[in-house]
Design a protein around this ligand. Structure first.
Ligand code: ATP
Length: 417
């Protein structure tokens, strides 16, 4: 429908970006489920008017009122979202429709300015040759592959290659994208492209990123999104290894680098999340990121977390971690009874317990393990309801009696429920 509508207006409609890459990579015998589709509208004889993409999206909304339509004014982009079984939190298909454009970067690492232009220039502003191809969906020439930069050959050589030497200076988050695609698709980063990565990192782009947080918050959002994709993926370990090998963890903080100890901490926190997060409250990628940021000098941790726009509990946890760890290192091993340990730990959430355990397997991790696997489950033989039935009147004494009962149960003086 959209293609017909575009043809009637004298526009071409193109499938672009990752969907083209995935279609060309797909095994022809396997089914390919595209859930995230990018389309670009371009004029037939001249550039399509700004807003052409939005007007096509509005046409779809008109004939499919159940679809969600969002318009991002400044970039003249529209998004159509089909929800799964009427559940507004689950998107089953998302189509972004943009008008072909050129982007100007007013200064490195900035968000682009936009103006209407042609499909070739639109593709030229993309990250890698494998993501810079388009398939025409409109007549004449529907099905035509537009490949101006050698994406097809790179797909066959399994190679991630940028389109120009300044690509990583313009947008350092592309370093993270290069790693993500290389690891996910089992591709190699082209040696010259790797040279551009080193050049960008050596030029101090990461320092610039850290200093420009206030000026370019969008850059930090993109960096956070790339980190999220990497740290939540099944391939997070090889991806993190490659980022470290390239020296790209410097984009987060100039002193951040992987070590054997940090790898152990990350693997430990991942195992403990699986073991203890029964209600799935924790966000594994965020926990892994917390472990990484906890490796920074203590005065820097929460600042970097804030720059990355991580949630407030994460920022607070990192801000108080040092104080809590020194406190626990002194007090927990000195506890004489389980009830004393429970009294200290029960005030803290699972994320805090896991973070500290991952960083200090002995003795803190051992104590916390015992707490989580055993003591946290212990219940006294009587509860508030029983006390009421025994004739006690509800009041502040209740809490004291129940606490004393719990302590006596934990310490083995009475049998648990
Ligand atoms: P995925 O399958 O992981 O979603 P994708 O290629 O669709 O991969 P998106 O992040 O959805 O990745 O981006 C869509 C397209 O937008 C990319 O294929 C690429 O052409 C372009 N793009 C995205 N981010 C950048 C960037 N930082 N610099 C240049 N082009 C980008």
């Amino acid at each position: 429908q959209m293609a017909h509508q575009a043809e009637r207006q004298g526009w071409h409609l193109y499938l672009v970006g990752g969907a083209v890459r995935d279609v060309l990579l797909a095994d022809s015998s396997a089914e390919l489920a595209l859930t995230d589709i990018d389309l670009v509208v371009d004029g037939f004889y001249q550039a399509a008017q700004v807003g052409a993409g939005v007007s096509l999206a509005q046409g779809i909304k008109h004939s499919h009122p159940e679809v969600d339509l969002q318009v991002y004014g400044r970039f003249q982009t529209a998004a159509l979202v089909w929800h799964r079984d009427g559940d507004s939190s689950l998107a089953s298909l998302m189509i972004d429709i943009a008008t072909a454009r050129t982007e100007f970067y007013p200064y490195p690492a900035a968000n682009p300015e936009v103006e209407a232009s042609s499909i070739r220039q639109d593709l030229y502003r993309r990250d890698f040759t494998i993501n810079a191809m388009a398939i025409r969906l409109t007549q004449p020439g529907a099905g035509l592959l537009l490949d101006f930069f050698g994406g097809w050959v790179d797909l066959h050589h399994r190679c991630v290659r940028v389109l120009h030497a300044n690509s990583f200076i313009e947008d350092p988050t592309r370093i993270y994208r290069a790693v993500r695609f290389a690891v996910r698709l089992a591709f190699q980063i082209d040696p010259q492209t790797e040279g551009f990565i080193h050049h960008a990192l050596d030029s101090g782009i990461y320092t610039q990123m850290q200093q420009q947080v206030a000026k370019v918050p969008a850059l930090q959002t993109r960096l956070k999104n790339e980190l999220k994709y990497i740290l939540e993926a099944a391939y997070w370990q090889p991806a993190l290894g490659l980022l470290d090998k390239l020296g790209a963890l410097k984009c987060l903080h100039s002193q951040l680098a992987m070590s054997e100890r940090l790898w152990h901490q990350l693997r430990r926190v991942s195992r403990w999340i699986q073991r203890f997060d029964f209600e799935h409250h924790l966000v594994p990628w965020q926990m892994r990121l917390e472990v990484l940021l906890a490796e920074l000098p203590k005065s820097e941790r929460s600042r970097v977390a804030k720059n990355l726009q991580l949630p407030q509990p994460t920022i607070d946890r990192l801000a108080h971690l040092d104080h809590l760890e020194s406190d626990w290192r002194q007090t927990l091993p000195a506890c004489q009874t389980p009830s004393q340990i429970v009294q200290q730990l029960r005030r803290h959430d699972l994320a805090t317990l896991l973070l500290v355990s991952a960083r200090h397997p002995r003795p803190l991790g051992q104590i916390i393990w015992r707490y989580l696997t055993h003591w946290a489950e212990v219940r006294p033989p009587l509860n508030g309801h029983d006390l009421k039935q025994l004739g006690y009147r509800p009041g502040p004494r209740y809490r004291q009696i129940l606490a004393a009962l719990l302590a006596a149960t934990l310490d083995g003086h009475i049998q648990s429920r």
